[in-house]
Ligand binder design. Structure first.
Ligand SMILES: [Zn+2]
Length: 249
């Protein structure tokens, strides 16, 4: 039971439930506090990865990004950080930004204030132990927020990152499926970059992808690597520049 709903009369609760669902789950909702879900110009694309580090997949992404001179943001799960400190160090030393994705990936909508704080702090400590730096960005598992989450993240020095697009690559599918699901990124860029070039105010996309599987280590995300290998050179040709969440602001 979510503690803040206890005691609400049933009719009020029904109305509140709708608003709550929106504030908790809609990626661009700001009801429960400010989140960042866009970059500041159509030319800037922020690639973000959740649920790693994953020894089976993350090194492949790092090599792919090195080949295309791309920097991305990785939202790490604390329990995996403790299992693969060397890989975490490598992500950071190769110029990518590390973010906090909780310690064990619970749905924070159902977590009270203390549990929420513990989840954020334990992940923060795991990353700090490896890199000597604490992440400045946080992404809630499943995108679910509670009324106190964003303030707790702020109190621990983190902004909350959501997304413009989430193509659903946590499903194990052929790369062709994901390539198709990423087509709207291209279409939006084609429509918006010319406007930005003429001086119009535009915003750019934050894409939420997955290099890991929060339920177990070495999850199959090969389709994500392969679909990006297809799109990255094409997106560069369109004039897209790849930014981390720090640079997205
Ligand atoms: Zn996740």
């Amino acid at each position: 039971m979510n503690p803040w709903m206890i005691g609400a009369p049933s009719t009020l609760a029904a109305g509140l439930a709708g608003i709550t669902a929106y504030g908790a789950a809609y990626p661009r909702a700001q009801l429960f506090g400010p989140t960042i879900c866009r970059t500041r110009t159509a030319k800037h694309l922020a690639l973000t990865f959740d649920d790693g580090p994953n020894p089976a997949i993350t090194p492949q992404l790092l090599d792919l990004f090195a080949k295309h001179n791309i920097r991305a943001t990785f939202f790490l799960v604390g329990k995996f950080v403790r299992e693969c400190p060397g890989l975490v160090k490598e992500i950071s030393s190769r110029g990518h930004l590390l973010g906090n994705h909780t310690d064990t990936h619970p749905n924070l909508f159902f977590c009270g204030t203390q549990e929420t704080k513990d989840q954020l702090v334990r992940c923060q400590e795991a990353i700090h132990r490896v890199t000597w730096a604490a992440p400045r960005w946080f992404r809630p598992p499943f995108g679910f927020r509670s009324p106190w989450l964003i303030e707790i993240a702020q109190r621990h020095g983190m902004r909350t990152a959501m997304w413009t697009r989430i193509p659903g690559d946590w499903r194990v599918k052929p790369a062709e499926w994901l390539i198709e699901r990423l087509k709207p990124v291209t279409e939006t860029a084609q429509a918006e970059i010319p406007k930005a070039a003429k001086g119009a105010a535009t915003t750019g996309q934050v894409i939420c992808l997955h290099d890991g599987d929060y339920t177990h280590q070495n999850g199959d995300r090969q389709h994500t690597v392969n679909a990006l290998a297809y799109w990255l050179p094409r997106w560069s040709d369109l004039g897209l520049e790849f930014v981390t969440m720090d640079e997205a602001l």
